[in-house]
Design a protein around this ligand. Structure first.
Ligand code: FES
Length: 101
């Protein structure tokens, strides 16, 4: 595990989710209420990119079969998903956003 810079503050607006790639792994980066969260970007149900889904508060709805995850815990909440989504610790250093991956 190592902290890596993945984005800067201006890259992800409030209520938005973006995709970043770290060491070949796709990560979804979210900002909700000024707080930043990071999860795997690939749904645990099948191959779908969560950054193309619907972010509603602290939940992300998968665009393929509408499975829903809590982005704070990775817990599956609704739909066909039953495997949790990996999550990653986030911290900021000035303008930089880092995740521990
Ligand atoms: Fe995400 Fe099926 S691929 S719910």
């Amino acid at each position: 595990m190592a902290w890596q810079k993945v984005a800067t503050q201006g890259d992800v607006g409030d209520g938005a989710v973006i995709q970043v790639t770290v060491g070949g792994r796709q990560i979804a980066l979210y900002r909700v209420g000024g707080e930043i969260f990071a999860t795997d970007n690939i749904c645990t149900h099948a191959f779908a990119c969560l950054h193309e889904g619907y972010l509603d508060g602290h939940t992300i709805e998968c665009p393929l079969h509408q499975g829903v995850f809590d982005i704070r815990t990775g817990e599956p909440l609704e739909g066909p998903v039953d495997e949790p989504l990996p999550i990653f610790p986030v911290r900021t250093e000035g303008d930089d956003i880092l995740i521990d991956i």
